[in-house]
Write a protein that binds this ligand. Structure first.
Ligand code: ZN
Length: 280
């Protein structure tokens, strides 16, 4: 009987031990599973977070530098004109007109070659020859503002007189070409160069105007009745090596040799594979 009892006890102990072991194994399995699960989860989340934070740390300063600054409109305009695009482009421009003698000759030549140019009009000349301004626009040329008075001492005395002179020319152009006509294109009399004109450039840009100077010229402002041959040699010298040329010329009444030289100017540019565009 005793033996029987012992055997039973032993059996119970053994089965308890087995149960204990099984429970222990189960607990270990559960703990291990939990650990593996958390580890995997962490592995999945952490790199993504790390990547995001990396992205942020890289992207944030980039965003700051790439954030478009408030640029003057002229900066974009210049990029448009001068940005190299593998083409040779010539922008013919005529300042200080219109004039009764030279503007019609220039218009006729441009028409003959079917080329469009840009005329920077002086307001007090436009009043004298409104029909020529209308003719320029009707022929598809671009019209720019070259101030009303073209009087350096007056317009560059301060930015207020400058802006009022520019606006006065604008009013004249609208009165001739209709209230729907609008040009935001200005050429500074004498050019916009130099530190002294910085406030004038800023005033103009603040008022929404673009201005454009030139990177090529025939030199017709350097004297009166400059021979055609000299204008052409100047042009060739100043055009060399440039893909985009904004060419300064004048249709003022004293610039007859400019009008005479124009066919040869065009022929030369064509021979150099330039195509023609207007500034606007
Ligand atoms: Zn001028």
């Amino acid at each position: 009987m005793n033996l029987e009892k012992r055997k039973k006890r032993k059996k119970r102990r053994t089965s308890r031990k087995i149960i204990k072991r099984r429970v222990l194994v189960l607990v270990v399995i559960v703990i291990l599973s939990c650990l593996i699960f958390h580890n995997n989860k962490a592995k999945k989340v952490l790199p993504a977070n790390a990547e995001n934070s990396l992205k942020k740390s890289v992207a944030t300063p980039k965003k700051v530098t790439l954030k478009p600054k408030l640029k003057p409109p002229t900066a974009d305009f210049y990029r448009l004109i001068y940005k190299s695009d593998g083409h040779k482009i010539a922008y013919l421009s005529f300042d200080d007109g219109p004039s009764a003698n030279n503007t019609p000759v220039i218009l006729k030549t441009l028409d003959k070659y079917n080329i469009k140019a840009t005329f920077f009009i002086v307001g007090n000349m436009a009043i004298k020859y409104p029909d020529l301004v209308k003719k320029e626009l009707a022929a598809g040329h671009s019209i720019g503002n070259h101030s009303y008075s073209h009087n350096y001492n007056y317009i560059y005395s301060n930015t207020n007189t400058f802006m009022s002179d520019i606006n006065k020319c604008d009013t004249i152009l609208k009165s001739i070409l209709g209230s729907n006509f609008s040009t935001k294109l200005v050429r500074f009399p004498g050019g916009s160069f130099g530190g002294k004109l910085k406030p004038f450039r800023e005033s103009l840009n603040s008022a929404g105007y673009n201005y454009v100077d030139w990177n090529d010229l025939t030199g017709d402002a350097e004297g009166q009745d400059i021979p055609v041959s000299k204008l052409l040699s100047n042009l060739k010298k100043n055009t060399e090596g440039k893909d985009h040329v904004v060419i300064l010329m004048h249709d003022f009444f004293t610039k007859s040799t400019t009008a005479q030289a124009l066919p040869q100017v065009i022929e030369y540019l064509k021979s150099q594979k330039y195509s023609f565009k207007t500034l606007n």
